[in-house]
Design a protein around this ligand. Structure first.
Ligand code: ZN
Length: 111
Protein backbone atom coordinates (compact mmCIF):
# COMPACT_ATOMS: atom_id res chain seq x y z
CA UNK A 1 0.00 0.00 0.00
CA UNK A 2 1.34 3.43 -0.92
CA UNK A 3 -0.64 5.53 1.51
CA UNK A 4 0.85 6.36 4.88
CA UNK A 5 -0.32 7.98 8.06
CA UNK A 6 -0.21 11.78 7.79
CA UNK A 7 -0.28 11.85 3.99
CA UNK A 8 -2.28 14.55 2.24
CA UNK A 9 -4.49 12.75 -0.23
CA UNK A 10 -7.17 13.47 -2.80
CA UNK A 11 -10.29 11.34 -2.94
CA UNK A 12 -10.98 10.12 -6.46
CA UNK A 13 -14.30 8.40 -6.01
CA UNK A 14 -17.60 8.51 -4.17
CA UNK A 15 -19.30 11.31 -2.24
CA UNK A 16 -16.05 13.10 -1.40
CA UNK A 17 -14.68 12.92 -4.94
CA UNK A 18 -12.05 15.63 -5.51
CA UNK A 19 -11.68 16.60 -1.85
CA UNK A 20 -8.31 16.81 -0.19
CA UNK A 21 -7.58 15.72 3.36
CA UNK A 22 -5.03 14.24 5.70
CA UNK A 23 -4.80 10.54 6.47
CA UNK A 24 -5.67 9.89 10.09
CA UNK A 25 -5.19 6.16 10.14
CA UNK A 26 -4.37 3.32 7.79
CA UNK A 27 -5.56 -0.25 8.07
CA UNK A 28 -3.13 -2.34 6.06
CA UNK A 29 -5.12 -5.55 6.44
CA UNK A 30 -8.41 -4.22 5.13
CA UNK A 31 -6.68 -1.73 2.77
CA UNK A 32 -8.84 1.07 4.13
CA UNK A 33 -7.94 4.54 5.35
CA UNK A 34 -9.57 7.19 7.52
CA UNK A 35 -9.22 10.80 6.39
CA UNK A 36 -9.75 13.79 8.68
CA UNK A 37 -13.22 15.26 8.20
CA UNK A 38 -14.07 12.95 5.32
CA UNK A 39 -16.85 10.41 4.85
CA UNK A 40 -18.59 11.48 8.05
CA UNK A 41 -21.16 9.18 9.56
CA UNK A 42 -23.29 9.58 12.64
CA UNK A 43 -22.75 6.89 15.18
CA UNK A 44 -25.43 6.18 17.72
CA UNK A 45 -24.16 5.41 21.17
CA UNK A 46 -25.99 3.15 23.56
CA UNK A 47 -26.67 4.65 26.96
CA UNK A 48 -23.85 3.85 29.34
CA UNK A 49 -22.91 4.81 32.86
CA UNK A 50 -20.73 7.62 31.59
CA UNK A 51 -23.31 8.73 29.08
CA UNK A 52 -26.72 7.73 30.51
CA UNK A 53 -28.78 9.16 27.71
CA UNK A 54 -26.76 7.64 24.92
CA UNK A 55 -26.24 9.94 22.02
CA UNK A 56 -24.96 10.55 18.57
CA UNK A 57 -21.43 11.40 17.60
CA UNK A 58 -20.09 12.25 14.21
CA UNK A 59 -17.07 10.30 13.13
CA UNK A 60 -15.09 9.54 10.03
CA UNK A 61 -15.73 6.19 8.39
CA UNK A 62 -12.96 4.48 6.52
CA UNK A 63 -12.76 4.44 2.76
CA UNK A 64 -10.95 2.05 0.43
CA UNK A 65 -7.34 3.06 -0.10
CA UNK A 66 -7.84 2.52 -3.85
CA UNK A 67 -10.13 5.57 -3.80
CA UNK A 68 -7.44 7.99 -2.67
CA UNK A 69 -4.21 9.25 -4.20
CA UNK A 70 -1.33 11.03 -2.47
CA UNK A 71 -0.83 14.64 -3.46
CA UNK A 72 2.23 15.88 -5.35
CA UNK A 73 3.73 18.88 -3.58
CA UNK A 74 6.16 19.84 -6.32
CA UNK A 75 5.08 23.32 -7.41
CA UNK A 76 6.40 22.84 -10.94
CA UNK A 77 4.52 19.57 -11.42
CA UNK A 78 1.49 19.63 -13.75
CA UNK A 79 -0.37 17.83 -10.96
CA UNK A 80 0.70 20.13 -8.13
CA UNK A 81 -1.67 19.71 -5.16
CA UNK A 82 -3.61 17.01 -6.97
CA UNK A 83 -3.70 13.28 -6.44
CA UNK A 84 -1.05 11.46 -8.44
CA UNK A 85 -0.06 7.91 -9.18
CA UNK A 86 2.94 6.90 -7.18
CA UNK A 87 5.93 4.79 -8.05
CA UNK A 88 8.65 3.39 -5.85
CA UNK A 89 12.10 4.80 -6.41
CA UNK A 90 15.35 3.41 -5.06
CA UNK A 91 17.95 5.97 -4.05
CA UNK A 92 21.72 5.60 -4.27
CA UNK A 93 21.83 4.63 -0.62
CA UNK A 94 19.29 1.90 -1.52
CA UNK A 95 16.56 3.65 0.43
CA UNK A 96 13.13 3.18 -1.12
CA UNK A 97 10.99 6.27 -1.50
CA UNK A 98 7.65 7.06 -3.08
CA UNK A 99 7.74 9.40 -6.04
CA UNK A 100 5.23 11.13 -8.31
CA UNK A 101 4.83 9.30 -11.63
CA UNK A 102 4.58 12.64 -13.46
CA UNK A 103 7.56 14.58 -12.13
CA UNK A 104 9.65 12.15 -10.07
CA UNK A 105 9.32 14.37 -6.98
CA UNK A 106 9.36 12.50 -3.68
CA UNK A 107 5.97 12.01 -2.06
CA UNK A 108 6.59 12.84 1.55
CA UNK A 109 4.37 13.72 4.46
CA UNK A 110 6.89 15.73 6.45
CA UNK A 111 7.00 18.82 4.29
ZN1 ZN B 1 4.47 15.54 -9.46
Amino acid sequence: MRIRNGDDVQVINGDDNGKIGKIKSVNIKSKRVVIEGMNLVVKHLKPSQKNPKGGRIQMEASIASSNVLPICKNKSCAKHNKGVRVKMKILNNSEKIRACVKCDHEISNNE
